[in-house]
Design a protein around this ligand. Structure first.
Ligand code: HEM
Length: 173
């Protein structure tokens, strides 16, 4: 069985865990009343989000230099095309979501200081209305990601349990 490289697997599962944590944290923290704890959670969310933004560049470069293993034998053409489009959309969201977060934070006038050490430049000037709009964009992109992840994981499990091919194993072992 030909599999993904070890680096691709580490990036895939490491980023999956980080993104799952960011999604949960994002939805929980926004519902909390204002407090020092809430601000701390926002800071962690932003640090982890910027880390995803940096990691996805590395991941894309790695992916471009190391092609994926071939599709399982007998996989219909439309499924190959759908999987390919889904993967491109997931990469797009892994760039767009952190970028919209960074933009919204800048527009709301709250600079991001990565891990409390490295101040990142604000990408736009403070603008309350723009901040509100970008916050809605960030939320919408996250719901889109949730929907795509459901399809992505559903397809992986279907390949594993129903088609009984190596699709999941080649990213796992
Ligand atoms: C893959 C990376 C990221 C994911 C999956 C993610 C996910 C989320 C989610 C699910 C929410 C809650 C949305 C809502 O219901 O309003 C949220 C809110 C938020 N995120 Fe992110 N985020 C990411 C990256 C970032 C980054 C890089 C920043 C800033 C540097 C950021 C800043 C914020 C802020 C400030 C909010 C609160 C919005 C508000 O209060 O209006 N996020 N995020």
């Amino acid at each position: 069985m030909s599999t993904y490289t070890r680096t691709a697997k580490i990036l895939h599962w490491g980023m999956a865990a980080l993104i799952a944590a960011l999604l949960s944290l994002g939805f929980v923290m926004t519902g909390l009343p204002l407090s020092p704890d809430k601000l701390q959670l926002y800071a962690w969310h932003k640090w982890a989000g910027v880390s995803v933004f940096l990691l996805v560049w590395l991941r894309l470069l790695w992916r471009l230099r190391h092609p994926a293993p071939p599709w399982p034998a007998g996989m219909p053409r439309w499924q190959q095309r759908a999987a390919q489009l889904g993967h491109i959309a997931l990469y797009g969201l892994m760039f767009a979501i952190p970028l919209s977060g960074w933009l919204l934070s800048s527009a709301k006038g709250v600079q991001t200081v990565w891990f409390g050490v490295l101040p990142l430049p604000d990408l736009v000037a403070k603008n309350k209305q723009l901040g509100q709009l970008l916050s809605e964009v960030h939320e919408l992109l996250n719901f889109t990601l949730l929907a795509l992840l459901a399809i992505h994981m559903g397809a992986a499990l279907k390949h594993h349990w129903i088609d009984r091919d190596d699709t999941l194993r080649r990213m796992w072992r």
